[in-house]
Design a protein around this ligand. Sequence first.
Ligand SMILES: [Zn+2]
Length: 216
Amino acid sequence: MKKGQKHSKETKEKMRISHLGKSTWNKGIKMSKEYCQKLSSIRKGKPSHRKGKFLSDETKLKMSISCKERGVIPPNHTGLIRSEETKNKIRMARLGIKRPDISGEKYWNWKGGITELKHSIRESSEYSRWRTKIFKRDGYKCVWGGESHGNELNSDHIKSFSSLLRENNIKTVNEAVSCQELWNIDNGRTLCVPCHQKTDTYGSKSMIKINLPVYN
Ligand SMILES: [Zn+2]
């Protein structure tokens, strides 16, 4: 079935009948804690997929009748008792407030603050000096496509920035600034943005590949 394609009324009716009395395929299957957290981190801060959508009165009536027939509690949360703790968690998630019990070191994908460190290093003057040297050497052109690739340029660490940080056990910006290997211009190249995005170390590509903490 193609995306966007819809089942005909007839097919829907057939599906409905064949599913009657059966429970859903994923009933009773438990998601792992990690998977749950992953899903929740993807959804965090995003509006519900039902936001702005309203059920027609007809649909509401149908749902209500069907629930009564089957003797199930309607799929809204009326009568659902949540503990104060849970309510508070929901409130915080909605407001986008970080929860100390699952943030930072306690977060399942915690990388030891490497993201913040990389960010600070990229803002250092050492980094902009390094970048300028690379750009100058390469004549302000993408090394893969030259002038034809335009002038939206990035400086790329050939050996990834994160591997260098990790191998040299760099934990602070100062340590980074004094690390010769990090600023070796032989390890840098000028790439246009599209070419940079094609590199293995761009963004979180390496995470997709190895599915482990990312260092790029
Ligand atoms: Zn290019």
